[in-house]
Every structure is written in structure tokens, then in C-alpha cells.
Design a protein. Structure first.
Lengths: 106, 115
């Protein structure tokens, strides 16, 4: 089973600052790595597919990069509405999620 | 756009079974894959299994094999997750999601297992 490890587990950031979340896979997943945002009481929402492709309607401040085993989700110029938990997911071999990164707005 | 509508919350006793449904609006499952994901209170997301109704293929994650059955009723546009021998640790929100990208999610079904 492919294990995904996210870092950090928690980050507290001021508005307009940037956030970088990393996701490391225990073996190569190519670009079959996707990012989700989950706000309290809501279902997760797909932000980025195949490592770097933004979903329609997702603000341009969200971007993804990486391939193989190392991936990054960057949120530029953080807004209050970005407070959420972010998960990576690999779909290269079955599916596994990272443990999540909670982003808090100071 | 397709929406996934799940059945309502359930409260079950330990050792019992639960069956959660997920209906695609428009009544058709098409050629999509559907996945089930659960989330225990305050915890992360966990993939449970998937079904490809058009191919009649279903499988579950290793840790759920033997306890989880995923089925579909194509005529009703609905997929199902059945879990047996429930334990308190199975208390969680259960989500269905569409395609291998999980691009569309249901609203979730809370299953509480308590004596």
C-alpha cells in the first residue's frame, strides 16, 4: 500500500501570507496525486488534479506541483475563506489519502 | 451537473449491519467509477472501496475485506455500501464520491455505532 505523508500537520498563517503543504509518497505515483480542501461540516472538494491541474472555479491562488514521490500545494495570498484541512490523495495504486494539514488563519 | 444524494443518518448496535445508499441525480450511473470514503470524528479520510457499475466490478480496501460489500442498482442509479459486524470504531461519516478523481462527493451519511 502506498503511504502518503503530509507536512506540516498544522499551520497558522496570517491573511495575505503564503502556505506550502507537502505530500510525500512511499513510492512513485507519477502524477496521480490530487489535492482536496475540506471545511468543517462539509464534504471534501477537489482543488487540484494530476498534481498541477486546477479544477474549474478554483481561485488562481491555489497551485500544485511535483511528480513521482514529492508534491506541493501552495496557497498564495491566503484569504480567510481558505481556513480548512487539506488532503492529498494518490490514485496510482488503489487510493490512499495523506493524513491532512489543517490551515488556520491568524 | 451530477449530484450524489446519500441516505440519512443511522444509529446501530455493535455487531449489526448497515447499508448506506448513494443516488446519482438524473438517475444514471453512466460509465463512472464510484468510491466510498469514511471519516471518523475529528480524523482524516480513509478510502474503503470502489465499484464500476457498468463493468460489475467492485473491490474494497484490504482492511475492510470480508466486512464491506459494495453494490449498484443501475436501474435506480444508486450505489450501496454495506458493512457488517459493526464496531464502535466504525462510527464515522461515510461519503460516496464519483470517478477515480473523486470530483463529486455526496453530502455524507453519519453512522453511529453504540450500545
Amino acid at each position: 500500500e502506498i503511504v502518503l505523508t503530509q507536512s506540516p500537520d498544522f499551520q497558522s498563517v496570517s491573511p495575505k501570507e503564503s502556505v506550502t503543504i507537502t505530500c510525500r509518497a512511499s513510492q512513485s505515483v507519477g502524477i496521480h496525486l490530487h489535492w482536496y480542501q475540506q471545511k468543517p461540516g462539509q464534504s471534501p472538494k477537489l482543488l487540484i488534479k494530476y498534481a498541477s491541474q486546477s479544477m474549474s472555479g478554483v481561485p488562481s491562488r491555489f497551485s500544485g506541483s511535483g511528480s513521482g514521490t514529492d508534491f506541493t500545494l501552495t496557497i498564495n495570498s491566503l484569504e480567510a475563506e481558505d481556513a480548512a484541512t487539506y488532503y492529498c490523495l494518490q490514485s496510482s495504486s488503489s487510493w490512499t489519502f495523506g493524513q491532512g494539514t489543517k490551515v488556520e488563519i491568524k | 451537473q451530477v449530484q450524489l444524494v446519500q441516505s440519512g443518518a443511522e444509529v446501530k448496535k455493535p455487531g449489526s449491519s448497515v447499508k448506506v445508499s448513494c443516488r446519482a441525480s438524473g438517475g444514471t450511473l453512466g460509465d463512472s467509477t464510484f468510491l466510498w470514503v469514511r471519516q471518523a470524528p475529528g480524523q482524516g479520510l480513509e478510502w474503503m472501496g470502489r465499484i464500476v457499475p457498468i463493468l460489475d466490478i467492485a473491490n474494497s480496501a484490504r482492511r475492510f475485506q470480508g466486512r464491506v460489500t459494495i453494490t449498484a442498482d443501475k436501474s435506480a442509479g444508486t450505489v450501496y455500501l454495506e458493512m457488517t459486524n459493526l464496531k464502535s470504531e466504525d462510527t464515522a461519516m461515510y461519503y460516496c464520491a464519483r470517478t477515480s478523481l473523486l470530483d463529486i462527493w455526496g453530502q455524507g451519511t453519519m453512522v453511529t455505532v453504540s450500545s
